[in-house]
Design a binder for this molecule. Structure first.
Ligand code: TMP
Length: 252
């Protein structure tokens, strides 16, 4: 663990440290796992290592198809070098099928296909339990402007297409997922860039044949085998072939 470096921010699942040069940060993936706004907590050994690798995989591939993001390179098992952004305080959720809070809100069975992909915005504020917000709230309170909202929506749909394809090809259905964005400033202009992470913590992933959950719902709903399922997601994506031995050897 990087005790020499200055800690910039500690969240529930990740820590940000000062980076080696201005405009960069180091993102450290913890094993800490929370759900329902920290009501439920656990340390799942190895989770941070898996999420670091899965997020690296998607951020790198998204970059190659022209979707700019904060990822620069992975540094070690738990850390990646990222570009420092001005974080937009919103969570953008993309849904392809009903599940979770959407199913609860509208009484829809989980797994029911939606007529089209739906994008929702939530305010990133744990004290308020991340309330859902509309474009009216976002622009009135200046969390983002209309151009930025348009950019986030367009990027989210492109990311959805790419990720649905990547998961679909390995027999995993992308039910929904959450993204976060930030502003990358160049002189007086800023551009909306993908931030945070893409991992089984931030997606709902169902095994396409059996409909078994392979994501954080295993933890939220006490289904067991959380790490085994995260590892299987990584294995199917063709990454972390060495993971089982690494886990047995202990991860620190
Ligand atoms: P929801 O159905 O609970 O609203 O979640 C939608 C998606 O967003 C699901 O893939 C889980 C993800 N998510 C997060 O990554 N962080 C959060 O804090 C919440 C509430 C959901």
């Amino acid at each position: 663990m990087s005790t020499r470096r200055k800690k910039i921010y500690e969240g529930k699942g990740k820590i940000l440290f000062e980076g080696p040069e201005p405009g960069t940060l180091i993102q450290y993936f913890k094993d800490d796992t929370t759900a329902f706004n920290s009501e439920k907590k656990a340390v799942l050994e190895g989770k941070g290592v898996i999420n670091n690798r899965i997020s690296e995989y998607f951020m790198t591939r998204l970059n190659t198809i022209g979707i700019q993001n904060h990822f620069i390179r992975r540094l070690n098992l738990r850390e990646q070098l990222i570009r420092e952004l001005e974080i937009i305080p919103l969570q953008v959720v993309v849904r392809n099928a009903a599940a979770g809070s959407l199913s609860n809100r509208f009484g829809l069975p989980e797994g029911q296909a939606l007529p089209r992909s739906i994008i929702e915005f939530y305010l990133k504020d744990d004290k308020l339990s991340n309330p859902m917000v509309t474009e009216e709230h976002i622009t009135a309170f200046n969390w983002a402007n209309t151009q930025e909202i348009d950019d986030m929506m367009a990027l989210s749909l492109r990311i959805n297409d790419f990720m649905s394809g990547a998961f679909g090809a390995v027999g995993i259905t992308l039910i929904d997922f959450k993204l976060e964005f930030g502003r990358l400033w160049e002189n007086d202009f800023s551009r909306v860039v993908l931030a945070d992470e893409i991992s089984p913590d931030t997606c709902r992933l169902w095994e396409s044949q059996t409909l078994e959950k392979m994501d954080k719902d295993r933890f939220r709903r006490d289904l067991g085998d959380v790490i085994e399922n995260y590892t299987e997601v990584a294995r199917r994506l063709g990454i972390m072939k060495e993971m089982p031995t690494v886990i047995q050897g202990g991860l620190h």
